[in-house]
Design a binder for this molecule. Structure first.
Ligand SMILES: C[S@@+](CC[C@H](N)C(=O)[O-])C[C@H]1O[C@@H](n2cnc3c(N)ncnc32)[C@H](O)[C@@H]1O
Length: 263
Protein backbone atom coordinates (compact mmCIF):
# COMPACT_ATOMS: atom_id res chain seq x y z
CA UNK A 1 0.00 0.00 0.00
CA UNK A 2 2.81 2.40 0.86
CA UNK A 3 4.17 4.37 -2.03
CA UNK A 4 1.16 4.56 -4.36
CA UNK A 5 -0.98 7.23 -2.69
CA UNK A 6 0.28 10.38 -1.02
CA UNK A 7 -2.36 10.03 1.69
CA UNK A 8 -5.71 8.26 1.91
CA UNK A 9 -7.19 11.00 4.06
CA UNK A 10 -8.60 14.40 3.15
CA UNK A 11 -7.85 17.13 5.67
CA UNK A 12 -10.22 20.04 6.17
CA UNK A 13 -8.28 23.19 7.03
CA UNK A 14 -11.21 24.37 9.18
CA UNK A 15 -10.66 21.38 11.48
CA UNK A 16 -6.95 22.25 11.68
CA UNK A 17 -7.69 25.93 12.35
CA UNK A 18 -10.15 25.02 15.12
CA UNK A 19 -7.70 22.59 16.66
CA UNK A 20 -4.90 25.19 17.03
CA UNK A 21 -7.30 27.95 18.07
CA UNK A 22 -8.53 25.70 20.88
CA UNK A 23 -5.26 24.13 22.01
CA UNK A 24 -2.75 26.94 21.54
CA UNK A 25 -2.51 27.62 25.27
CA UNK A 26 -1.70 23.98 26.13
CA UNK A 27 0.29 23.14 22.98
CA UNK A 28 3.69 23.45 24.65
CA UNK A 29 2.71 21.13 27.49
CA UNK A 30 1.49 18.48 25.04
CA UNK A 31 3.97 18.81 22.15
CA UNK A 32 6.85 20.71 23.74
CA UNK A 33 9.38 18.50 25.53
CA UNK A 34 8.25 15.30 23.88
CA UNK A 35 9.19 16.59 20.39
CA UNK A 36 11.97 18.99 21.38
CA UNK A 37 14.89 16.62 20.64
CA UNK A 38 13.85 16.66 16.99
CA UNK A 39 13.77 20.46 16.97
CA UNK A 40 17.33 20.58 18.33
CA UNK A 41 18.47 18.11 15.67
CA UNK A 42 16.71 20.16 13.03
CA UNK A 43 18.51 23.33 14.02
CA UNK A 44 21.84 21.47 13.71
CA UNK A 45 20.71 20.14 10.32
CA UNK A 46 19.92 23.67 9.11
CA UNK A 47 23.65 24.41 9.52
CA UNK A 48 22.98 28.12 9.75
CA UNK A 49 25.59 30.73 9.02
CA UNK A 50 25.56 34.30 10.28
CA UNK A 51 23.47 36.66 8.18
CA UNK A 52 21.33 33.97 6.59
CA UNK A 53 17.62 34.56 6.01
CA UNK A 54 15.48 31.76 7.41
CA UNK A 55 11.78 31.08 6.89
CA UNK A 56 10.06 28.81 9.40
CA UNK A 57 6.71 27.61 8.08
CA UNK A 58 4.12 26.76 10.75
CA UNK A 59 6.22 28.23 13.55
CA UNK A 60 3.39 27.57 16.01
CA UNK A 61 4.18 28.74 19.53
CA UNK A 62 7.81 29.34 18.59
CA UNK A 63 9.39 26.32 20.25
CA UNK A 64 12.34 26.50 17.86
CA UNK A 65 12.72 30.25 18.13
CA UNK A 66 15.18 30.30 21.03
CA UNK A 67 17.43 27.83 19.19
CA UNK A 68 18.23 30.07 16.22
CA UNK A 69 21.59 31.84 16.30
CA UNK A 70 21.05 35.54 16.97
CA UNK A 71 22.98 36.38 13.80
CA UNK A 72 20.25 35.02 11.49
CA UNK A 73 17.16 36.86 10.33
CA UNK A 74 14.18 34.58 10.96
CA UNK A 75 10.66 34.96 9.61
CA UNK A 76 8.07 32.68 11.17
CA UNK A 77 4.68 32.23 9.54
CA UNK A 78 1.63 30.42 10.80
CA UNK A 79 -2.06 30.25 9.87
CA UNK A 80 -3.22 30.35 13.48
CA UNK A 81 -3.54 33.70 15.22
CA UNK A 82 -3.74 31.93 18.59
CA UNK A 83 -0.47 30.04 18.02
CA UNK A 84 1.23 33.24 16.84
CA UNK A 85 0.07 35.05 19.99
CA UNK A 86 1.74 32.33 22.08
CA UNK A 87 4.87 32.65 19.95
CA UNK A 88 4.95 36.41 20.40
CA UNK A 89 4.73 36.02 24.17
CA UNK A 90 7.64 33.51 24.18
CA UNK A 91 9.96 35.36 21.86
CA UNK A 92 11.52 38.13 23.84
CA UNK A 93 12.20 41.57 22.40
CA UNK A 94 15.54 41.98 20.72
CA UNK A 95 15.33 38.64 18.88
CA UNK A 96 15.65 38.93 15.13
CA UNK A 97 12.42 37.00 14.52
CA UNK A 98 9.46 38.37 12.63
CA UNK A 99 6.09 36.65 12.99
CA UNK A 100 3.49 36.81 10.25
CA UNK A 101 0.07 35.25 9.83
CA UNK A 102 0.12 33.47 6.49
CA UNK A 103 -1.13 30.32 4.77
CA UNK A 104 1.64 27.89 3.84
CA UNK A 105 -0.21 27.15 0.59
CA UNK A 106 0.06 30.77 -0.53
CA UNK A 107 3.27 32.32 0.72
CA UNK A 108 3.32 36.00 -0.12
CA UNK A 109 7.13 36.24 -0.42
CA UNK A 110 8.83 36.68 -3.77
CA UNK A 111 10.56 33.62 -5.21
CA UNK A 112 14.03 32.82 -3.83
CA UNK A 113 13.68 35.11 -0.78
CA UNK A 114 15.30 32.81 1.81
CA UNK A 115 18.56 30.89 2.27
CA UNK A 116 16.86 28.26 4.42
CA UNK A 117 13.22 27.16 4.64
CA UNK A 118 12.19 24.90 7.49
CA UNK A 119 8.96 23.27 8.68
CA UNK A 120 8.60 21.20 11.85
CA UNK A 121 5.61 18.92 12.36
CA UNK A 122 3.68 20.77 9.66
CA UNK A 123 3.47 18.47 6.61
CA UNK A 124 0.90 16.28 8.42
CA UNK A 125 -1.36 19.20 9.28
CA UNK A 126 -1.50 21.28 6.09
CA UNK A 127 -4.45 20.55 3.84
CA UNK A 128 -2.23 19.99 0.80
CA UNK A 129 1.38 19.16 1.67
CA UNK A 130 2.46 19.12 -1.98
CA UNK A 131 1.31 22.69 -2.54
CA UNK A 132 2.86 23.82 0.74
CA UNK A 133 6.21 22.17 -0.06
CA UNK A 134 6.23 23.58 -3.57
CA UNK A 135 5.71 26.99 -2.04
CA UNK A 136 8.61 26.34 0.34
CA UNK A 137 10.78 25.40 -2.62
CA UNK A 138 9.71 28.46 -4.58
CA UNK A 139 10.71 30.91 -1.86
CA UNK A 140 14.05 29.16 -1.20
CA UNK A 141 17.00 30.52 -3.16
CA UNK A 142 18.78 28.29 -5.68
CA UNK A 143 21.24 26.16 -3.74
CA UNK A 144 19.43 26.90 -0.45
CA UNK A 145 18.32 24.30 2.11
CA UNK A 146 14.80 23.04 2.76
CA UNK A 147 14.43 21.02 5.94
CA UNK A 148 11.37 19.05 7.04
CA UNK A 149 10.81 17.50 10.43
CA UNK A 150 7.74 15.29 10.40
CA UNK A 151 6.23 11.88 10.81
CA UNK A 152 5.87 10.19 7.43
CA UNK A 153 4.36 6.91 6.30
CA UNK A 154 6.42 4.00 7.57
CA UNK A 155 8.24 1.63 5.21
CA UNK A 156 7.33 -1.32 7.42
CA UNK A 157 4.30 -3.06 5.86
CA UNK A 158 2.33 -3.56 9.07
CA UNK A 159 3.01 -0.09 10.44
CA UNK A 160 2.17 1.58 7.13
CA UNK A 161 -1.08 -0.38 6.88
CA UNK A 162 -2.00 0.81 10.35
CA UNK A 163 -1.07 4.42 9.54
CA UNK A 164 -3.20 4.27 6.38
CA UNK A 165 -6.08 2.77 8.34
CA UNK A 166 -6.16 5.44 11.04
CA UNK A 167 -5.37 8.45 8.86
CA UNK A 168 -9.04 9.24 8.01
CA UNK A 169 -9.68 9.18 11.76
CA UNK A 170 -6.68 11.31 12.74
CA UNK A 171 -7.69 13.75 9.98
CA UNK A 172 -10.84 14.42 11.98
CA UNK A 173 -8.69 15.79 14.77
CA UNK A 174 -6.39 17.74 12.49
CA UNK A 175 -3.54 15.61 11.14
CA UNK A 176 -2.72 12.83 8.72
CA UNK A 177 -0.73 9.84 9.91
CA UNK A 178 0.14 8.56 6.41
CA UNK A 179 1.87 11.22 4.31
CA UNK A 180 4.24 9.41 1.95
CA UNK A 181 7.55 11.28 2.02
CA UNK A 182 8.84 10.02 -1.32
CA UNK A 183 5.70 10.92 -3.22
CA UNK A 184 5.61 14.29 -1.45
CA UNK A 185 9.17 15.09 -2.54
CA UNK A 186 8.52 13.75 -6.02
CA UNK A 187 5.48 15.97 -6.50
CA UNK A 188 7.25 18.98 -5.05
CA UNK A 189 10.19 18.51 -7.42
CA UNK A 190 12.69 17.95 -4.61
CA UNK A 191 14.97 15.14 -3.61
CA UNK A 192 16.37 14.40 -0.17
CA UNK A 193 20.05 14.96 0.48
CA UNK A 194 19.67 13.21 3.82
CA UNK A 195 16.92 11.53 5.82
CA UNK A 196 17.34 10.37 9.40
CA UNK A 197 15.09 9.36 12.23
CA UNK A 198 14.76 11.57 15.30
CA UNK A 199 12.86 11.70 18.62
CA UNK A 200 11.82 8.69 20.67
CA UNK A 201 10.24 6.51 19.45
CA UNK A 202 12.16 7.12 16.24
CA UNK A 203 9.12 7.55 14.04
CA UNK A 204 9.82 11.14 12.99
CA UNK A 205 12.11 11.97 10.09
CA UNK A 206 14.47 14.86 9.58
CA UNK A 207 14.72 15.46 5.86
CA UNK A 208 17.18 17.85 4.25
CA UNK A 209 16.76 18.89 0.63
CA UNK A 210 18.73 21.31 -1.45
CA UNK A 211 16.93 23.63 -3.81
CA UNK A 212 18.44 22.93 -7.21
CA UNK A 213 20.53 25.60 -8.88
CA UNK A 214 18.80 27.09 -11.91
CA UNK A 215 20.16 24.49 -14.32
CA UNK A 216 21.24 21.93 -11.78
CA UNK A 217 20.89 18.18 -11.43
CA UNK A 218 17.87 16.00 -12.10
CA UNK A 219 15.04 16.04 -9.62
CA UNK A 220 13.57 12.83 -8.22
CA UNK A 221 10.54 13.45 -10.42
CA UNK A 222 12.76 13.47 -13.47
CA UNK A 223 14.56 10.37 -12.23
CA UNK A 224 11.22 8.59 -12.07
CA UNK A 225 9.91 10.00 -15.32
CA UNK A 226 12.91 10.77 -17.51
CA UNK A 227 10.70 11.78 -20.44
CA UNK A 228 8.60 14.06 -18.28
CA UNK A 229 8.76 17.78 -17.77
CA UNK A 230 9.72 17.65 -14.11
CA UNK A 231 12.98 19.53 -14.53
CA UNK A 232 11.21 22.31 -16.32
CA UNK A 233 8.87 22.53 -13.37
CA UNK A 234 11.77 22.61 -10.95
CA UNK A 235 13.46 25.41 -12.84
CA UNK A 236 10.56 27.74 -13.35
CA UNK A 237 9.13 28.58 -9.95
CA UNK A 238 6.74 31.29 -11.07
CA UNK A 239 5.39 29.28 -13.97
CA UNK A 240 4.87 26.35 -11.66
CA UNK A 241 3.15 28.52 -9.07
CA UNK A 242 0.68 29.60 -11.72
CA UNK A 243 0.13 25.98 -12.76
CA UNK A 244 -0.37 24.99 -9.16
CA UNK A 245 -3.22 27.40 -8.85
CA UNK A 246 -4.80 25.79 -11.90
CA UNK A 247 -4.08 22.21 -10.86
CA UNK A 248 -4.96 22.42 -7.19
CA UNK A 249 -6.61 19.12 -6.24
CA UNK A 250 -7.29 17.42 -2.92
CA UNK A 251 -4.37 15.25 -1.88
CA UNK A 252 -6.55 12.22 -1.44
CA UNK A 253 -7.23 12.20 -5.18
CA UNK A 254 -3.52 11.90 -6.01
CA UNK A 255 -2.84 8.31 -7.01
CA UNK A 256 0.54 8.07 -8.60
CA UNK A 257 3.09 5.41 -9.32
CA UNK A 258 5.98 4.80 -6.93
CA UNK A 259 9.47 5.00 -8.33
CA UNK A 260 10.90 2.76 -5.64
CA UNK A 261 13.54 5.03 -4.08
CA UNK A 262 14.26 4.61 -0.39
CA UNK A 263 15.49 7.30 1.97
C1 LIG B 1 1.99 20.63 15.02
S1 LIG B 1 2.11 22.37 14.98
C2 LIG B 1 3.87 22.60 14.84
C3 LIG B 1 4.31 23.90 15.43
C4 LIG B 1 5.82 24.09 15.52
N1 LIG B 1 6.43 24.02 14.21
C5 LIG B 1 6.46 23.12 16.46
O1 LIG B 1 7.57 22.68 16.21
O2 LIG B 1 5.88 22.86 17.51
C6 LIG B 1 1.56 22.75 13.34
C7 LIG B 1 1.46 24.24 13.07
O3 LIG B 1 1.16 24.40 11.69
C8 LIG B 1 0.23 25.45 11.57
N2 LIG B 1 -0.50 25.32 10.29
C9 LIG B 1 -1.44 24.42 9.95
N3 LIG B 1 -1.88 24.64 8.69
C10 LIG B 1 -1.20 25.72 8.24
C11 LIG B 1 -1.20 26.44 7.03
N4 LIG B 1 -1.99 26.09 6.00
N5 LIG B 1 -0.37 27.50 6.90
C12 LIG B 1 0.45 27.86 7.93
N6 LIG B 1 0.49 27.22 9.11
C13 LIG B 1 -0.31 26.16 9.27
C14 LIG B 1 -0.67 25.31 12.78
O4 LIG B 1 -1.39 26.49 13.04
C15 LIG B 1 0.35 24.93 13.85
O5 LIG B 1 0.85 26.06 14.48
Amino acid sequence: MAGTVLSVAALDHRVVDRCYATFASVYDRVCGDVLQAGRHEAIRELNLEGGEDVLEVGIGTGLTASLYPGTCRVTGIDASAAMLREAASHIGPGRNIELMRMDAHHLTFPSESFDVVYAAYVMSVVADPVVALREMRRVCRAGGRIVLLNHFLSHAPLASRFERLISPLTARIGFRSDVDLHLLLEHAGLHAVSIRKVNRPRIWSLVRCQREASHGGKSLVAACHPQGDADDHAQHGEKERKELEDEHRPVSSLHVGHCGQEG
